[in-house]
Design a protein around this ligand. Structure first.
Ligand code: DAH
Length: 364
């Protein structure tokens, strides 16, 4: 390892020789310092203020020089000092650069790799059908109303003219919320079995005339099979004004069915019973698959039953404080999945709920 020699000869030639030897040693040591700590060591060894080699050069070559050689010695010492500082500085930069290069190499991104694919979603076929239905009625001036899925007995039954214990309740396969026995019957909670309670909620809130549709999810205690699901969707409609007649009901539903299935489709109205309408009807359309000749979807009858409807029962007006002597109205309710099954030719209602991508992708 290099040490600074004492000089006896202070001639310019001897000083130059000693300087070259020192600079050569310094260059080798600088070259060996390839990382931060080694460079720090180099700096201390050469540039350390008190005991560094450059300080020693100052002592041994300049201070020890006789007066006549001071100028020559001073020049060399300054050169050495400058050179040592330059070397150290150059090295700091070189080391920083090699650290950066190593990092860049480690963090290199291969931008030619394919990215993560995020497929675009589409509307579920049931909601698509519901949207189409809604738009047919919105064009006729209906607005949209919604209500809760957890309903009270009052809205789901009583105010719709289902008296307590009336057998018509049995048709609704109701799922009741547990532990409600201590409440009055009308306050007991259940999962709404139809969207008809939204009729009541709407009339309670707003004065006539009323034209609303009420889309939403409903629940029944039904075992799932190809045509039943414990959860499904309905679209309810309600129109109340002065002088609303059964003709308005027929015209409205006939127009709606033609909008959905084409102008060749015919509607048929057969007497039925619902507690909240009087008279009540079951509405069928001529089979859009065979045009009425008879095929498998229509069970050879030429007709497909699609919805329930009727003129609002005066008792219902009584529950919401509407005057049945001045007002009349009609209501209707239909199952959305049933319509979607017809529209998209789906023969098992469960397909809508499995979440099987092979089924759903067909609607993309
Ligand atoms: N709420 C009935 C059901 O789910 C369907 C229905 C029938 C709704 C006649 C109506 C209506 O508004 O007038 O069984």
């Amino acid at each position: 390892m290099y040490t600074v020699p004492k000089l006896t000869d202070f001639s310019a030639r001897a000083l130059d020789e000693a300087k070259e030897e020192l600079l050569a040693a310094m260059a080798v040591e600088a070259g060996d310092a390839t990382d931060g700590p080694a460079l720090e060591e180099f700096r201390n060894r050469w540039l350390g203020r008190k005991f560094g080699l450059v300080a020693q050069v100052n002592e041994l070559w300049l201070k020890a020089a006789p007066g006549s050689a001071k100028r020559e010695a001073g020049q060399r010492v300054n050169e050495i000092k400058q050179r040592a500082e330059e070397l150290a500085e150059k090295h700091v930069k070189a080391i920083a650069k090699s650290i950066l290069n190593a990092r860049l190499r480690a963090e290199t991104l291969d931008i030619s790799l394919p990215g993560i694919e995020r497929p675009l979603g589409v509307r579920h076929p049931v909601l698509r059908t519901l949207d189409e239905l809604i738009s047919v009625f919105v064009k006729m001036g209906y607005s949209i109303a919604e209500g809760p899925e957890v309903e009270s007995d009052y809205y789901n039954f009583e105010a719709l003219n289902f008296p307590p214990n009336h057998p018509a309740r049995d048709t609704q396969d109701t799922l009741f919320i547990a532990n409600q026995e201590q409440r009055a019957q009308r306050d007991r909670l259940l999962l709404r079995t139809h969207t008809s309670p939204v009729q009541i909620r709407t009339m309670e809130k707003s004065a006539p005339p009323v034209r609303v549709i009420c889309p939403g999810k409903v629940h029944r205690n039904d075992a799932p099979d190809a045509t039943h699901s414990p959860v499904f969707h309905q679209l309810e409609g309600l129109c109340v004004d002065t002088n609303i007649t059964f003709g308005d009901l027929k015209g409205t539903l006939d127009h709606a069915m033609k909008s959905l299935f084409g102008s060749a489709v015919k509607t048929s109205f057969r007497p039925s019973f619902f507690p909240f309408t009087e008279p009540s009807v079951e509405v069928s359309i001529s089979c859009p698959f065979c045009g009425g000749k008879g095929c498998r979807p229509c069970k050879q009858s030429g007709w497909i039953e699609l919805l329930g409807a009727g003129m609002v029962d005066p008792n219902v007006f009584g529950f919401v404080g509407y005057d049945p002597k001045k007002l009349s109205g009609f209501a209707f309710g239909m199952g959305v999945e049933r319509l979607a099954m017809m529209t998209y030719n789906v023969d098992d209602i469960q397909q809508f709920f499995y979440g099987d991508m092979r089924f759903l992708e067909q609607f993309a």
